[in-house]
Write a protein that binds this ligand. Structure first.
Ligand code: ADP
Length: 273
């Protein structure tokens, strides 16, 4: 039940009584649950055939059906790239429906920030090279270990780094940095892209929200990536935010708590240094 109470006062402000409004939301919640379950089921059912199409295309492109004429190779490559896009979209929708159902599982283990960043950068290097972007890291080896789900933390870094690459001008640099803060480790992904208008830096973490500018139209996307990042970071007990200047670039930052007693004896480096 949703309850709402409005005081009724006389002209001098004395409370004479209260009006109570009760609304039965049992049906709505049930409907919400069914909707989430429906979306999860449909996404699952879509993913299986998509994965099989991707596999078949991979085999043909790999030469399983003999040499391909160049035109066929080109068309099949387009088909495979779009299959990849669809699978990414389906995975994002599945993640969102898990988050909304409160069913995102987090398996925490102590992880070295340097290892986590190294793995993410290795995986993103090919994409960065395609766009002539240099990925640079500044992550001290001896940082305290963070308590995190390795795959989920990887997903956050992947998302932020791939956004940074997508929005960066050709030939520029993306910097990935990690520092200890008072209660955890702060990761920064810094780009020299178009930046985000100040009135929208909060909105971009909302579902399906995309800034309406040339850069976003050109890159294509669903507006789900940052929503998923935010849910993952908050599920770990951390925070995520962006600082951005139009025409200069964006810095996406998030914090992850360290393992108990994990901080080194040195004083933490203050935020913003
Ligand atoms: P998508 O990238 O699929 O649109 P996201 O949730 O990852 O979805 O991002 C939402 C929006 O935030 C993007 O459409 C874009 O407008 C903006 N954005 C995200 N990262 C950056 C960035 N590094 N530089 C500029 N704009 C960004």
């Amino acid at each position: 039940f949703h309850e709402f109470a409005a005081p009724v006062t006389d002209t001098e402000g004395h409370v004479l009584g209260r009006i109570y409004v009760y609304r039965d939301i049992t049906k709505e919640t049930e409907l919400d649950r069914m909707k989430t379950e429906f979306i999860a089921t449909v996404s699952h059912e879509l993913r299986t055939p998509m994965t099989s199409i991707k596999g078949a295309l991979g085999l043909v492109l790999g030469g399983a059906a003999g040499d391909l004429p160049p035109e066929a190779r080109e068309l099949l490559t387009i088909a495979r790239n779009n299959t990849d896009r669809l699978i990414r979209l389906i995975n994002d929708i599945l993640d969102i429906s898990r988050i909304e159902a409160g069913k995102m599982e987090i398996r925490r283990a102590p992880l070295s920030p340097a290892d986590v960043v190294r793995r993410a950068v290795e995986e993103m290097n090919a994409f960065a090279r395609q766009r002539n972007i240099t990925l640079t890291t500044d992550v001290p080896e001896g940082l305290a270990r963070v308590m995190a789900d390795a795959d989920r933390l990887h997903q956050v870094l992947d998302n932020l780094i791939s956004n940074a690459i997508k929005f960066s001008p050709q030939g520029s640099e993306v910097l990935i940095r990690a520092r200890e803060t008072g209660d955890g480790v702060r990761f920064d992904v810094i780009d020299r892209g178009p930046g985000i208008p100040a009135d929208q830096t909060g909105l971009i973490f909302e579902r399906f929200y995309r800034v309406d500018n040339a850069a976003s139209r050109k890159t294509g996307g669903t507006g789900l990536g940052l929503t998923i990042c935010k849910a993952i970071v908050e599920e770990h007990g951390g925070q995520i935010w962006v600082e951005s200047a139009l025409g200069e670039g964006s810095t996406f930052s998030f914090t992850i708590p360290v393992e108990p007693g994990g901080h080194v004896a040195e004083p933490p480096i203050p935020v913003g240094s």
